[in-house]
Write a protein that binds this ligand. Structure first.
Ligand code: ATP
Ligand code: MG
Length: 551
């Protein structure tokens, strides 16, 4: 679909830049802060940044934005790399913003030497008060007039560890009356005696985001630095710093953060869900994390398709999770291996059939190269309890006394008798089969109105199935009053322990995708063992989103 699609606004900018000869190729970056696992919003940013350099000549860097010493962890770094690769993208260089600490320090010294930065001894409160308000200009203090020499000395002492946290900061000297509050002498460096996951104890001053991000972009010759809308007011400072430092002119462009209904998309909130036990882990299949979606059985292709369809926007809106599920179904329909699994078994004895035989069944009717598999058929089988009715209404076409159905890929059977226990519960059905009705070779002439799935009891494998529902009960979680956790759907996981699967599923691995006939799409969970096979329902078969849109 992407061929005929009109350009998005960033593509338009890039095509103009290339046409004007401003660049001959482009460079983008994906800059995660390694303080959590990546989620669907990040996936959209990844698809955008990597997609652009795939489409136009160029490359994308992966840059860990690790300027804040207290939060980052190696576990997150590893998971982020795994997720990007799984999504199908390759970065050219792997960088850490902390690798630039020495260079950033030098840039700060350059600003001091130009009279464009000064050391301020004021407290955070004092600085906030003196900054003024949007309607009142800020006021300058005595530190603003410090000499270049004094600033150089104090900044060197800050680095050397002479001062305690909060005792001094380095600020840019811009304009205390600017209508943009971020231009009112923003803080560039703060003192933080903290251990950093990569630089250890080498530093006790750390650059602020605004003094690291744009400079890192510039060091890497990033042409188009794409970020989310909240950074619009930062752009003026981004440009000012690059201009004053006379470094490579990267440019910042903003697009709207992606949010989805029935979930949350902030690492801070997702971390709470994990830490407080609402989900089992970051990769719990109910999580909107890339690792959660992977474990649930979503494919990289379907996530990329989704990101492509939602495109990018200049205004925030809530994307329908139903569209993501639609994309997942579309892809899985093409690639999933069809298998038979009975969720709620009812025993059927085929009274005029003895022993067993092996029949073949197609793996995927959507794929002509999908091949076939062998399935055991025998005298005793399980069918779905809901595929039988003792007192069927009119137009009920599945099993009932005297009615016929086709057993998928096997024979047509007719129900003759119900076996009940003393309380009247149905224990078993006695059926007879039509020997000349075998699928592919049916000469019975019987008109059968429905086909049901089944498994041979002797060859059946008990499996456990995780059925998932929305993680939250409300559509727009972030707009609800109170704590977001008040809206968690306490029934988001239902574990089904009664299911029986055909034997071929014993060989399943976690990268395979299955359609359990008439039940939905499933994949093997990574914690599944040979003794206990566990499958996750990826998505149901029903296509409610498309139907709604068609209405
Ligand atoms: P969070 O609020 O989840 O912590 P973040 O913006 O702090 O998100 P970063 O690790 O800083 O997370 O993000 C890395 C990149 O991903 C940034 O360029 C950011 O703009 C982008 N990004 C993060 N969340 C979204 C989202 N919901 N939609 C689109 N892009 C996003
Ligand atoms: Mg962040």
């Amino acid at each position: 679909m992407s061929e005929e699609k009109s350009l998005n606004f960033i593509e338009e900018i890039i095509e103009n830049d290339l046409a004007e000869g401003k660049y001959s190729s482009i460079v983008t970056r994906f800059p995660p802060e390694p303080n959590g696992y990546l989620h669907m919003g990040h996936a959209s940013s990844i698809c955008l940044n990597f997609g652009l350099t795939k489409k136009y000549k160029g490359y994308t860097n992966l840059r860990f934005d690790d300027t804040n010493p207290t939060t980052e962890e190696t576990e997150y770094v590893d998971s982020i790399k795994e997720d990007i690769q799984w999504l199908g993208f390759e970065w050219k260089n792997e960088y850490f913003a902390s690798d630039y600490f020495e260079q950033l320090y030098t840039y700060a010294v350059t600003l001091i030497n130009k009279g464009l930065a000064y050391v301020d001894d004021s407290t955070a409160d004092q600085i906030a008060i003196e900054k003024g308000t949007p309607t009142h200009a800020g006021v300058s203090n005595k530190f603003r007039d410090r000499s270049i020499e004094e600033n150089l000395l104090l900044f060197a002492e800050m680095r050397a560890g002479k001062y305690a946290d909060g005792e001094k900061v380095l600020r840019a000297k811009i304009d205390l009356a600017s209508s943009n509050m971020l231009m009112r002498d923003p803080i560039l460096y703060r003192i933080k005696h903290a251990h950093h996951h990569r630089t250890g104890d080498a530093w006790c001053i750390y650059p602020m985001y605004d003094f690291a991000h744009g400079q890192s972009d510039s060091i890497e010759n990033i042409t188009h630095s794409i970020c989310t809308l909240e950074f619009i007011p930062h752009r003026e400072l981004y440009d000012w710093l690059i201009e004053k430092l006379e470094i490579y002119p990267s440019h910042q462009y903003e697009f709207a953060r992606r949010n989805m209904n029935y979930t949350v998309m902030s690492k801070r909130k997702l971390l709470q869900l994990v830490n407080e036990g609402f989900v089992k882990s970051w990769d719990d299949p109910r999580m909107p994390t890339i690792s959660g979606m992977r474990r649930r059985g979503y494919t990289p292709e379907s996530i990329r398709d989704f990101c492509d369809r939602i495109g990018i926007a200049k205004r925030e809106n809530l994307v329908d999770i139903g569209l993501l599920e639609f994309c997942v179904r579309e892809h899985l329909n093409k690639i999933a291996q069809r298998r038979m699994v009975v969720f709620d078994p009812l025993k059927v004895t085929i009274t005029n059939y003895d022993g067993s035989e092996t029949i073949t069944s197609e793996n995927n009717p959507e794929d002509e190269n999908g091949g076939q598999r062998e399935v055991v058929f025998s005298r005793e089988i399980y069918i779905e309890r809901e595929d039988f009715m003792e007192n069927p209404p009119k137009k009920y076409f599945r099993l009932a006394i005297g009615q016929i159905v086709r057993l998928k890929s096997a024979f047509i059977i007719q129900c003759d008798e119900i076996v009940k226990d003393a309380e009247g519960n149905i224990l078993e059905l006695k059926c007879s089969y039509f020997p000349n009705s075998k699928s592919g070779n049916d000469t019975s002439g019987l008109a059968v109105k429905s086909t049901i799935h089944w498994v041979a009891i002797d060859a059946a494998v008990p499996i456990e199935i995780n059925l998932y529902d929305r993680l939250f009960k409300v559509e727009n979680v972030d707009s609800e009053a109170g704590d977001f956790k008040d809206h968690i759907n306490e029934n988001s996981l239902h574990i089904l322990t009664t299911a029986y699967a055909e034997k071929s599923l014993l060989e399943a691995n976690t990268t395979e995708r299955f359609q359990f006939l008439r039940k939905g799409y499933f994949c093997l969970d990574k914690e599944s063992t040979a003794d206990k096979l566990v499958f996750n329902r990826t998505v149901t078969l029903k296509d409610s989103w498309a139907k709604e849109k068609a209405r």
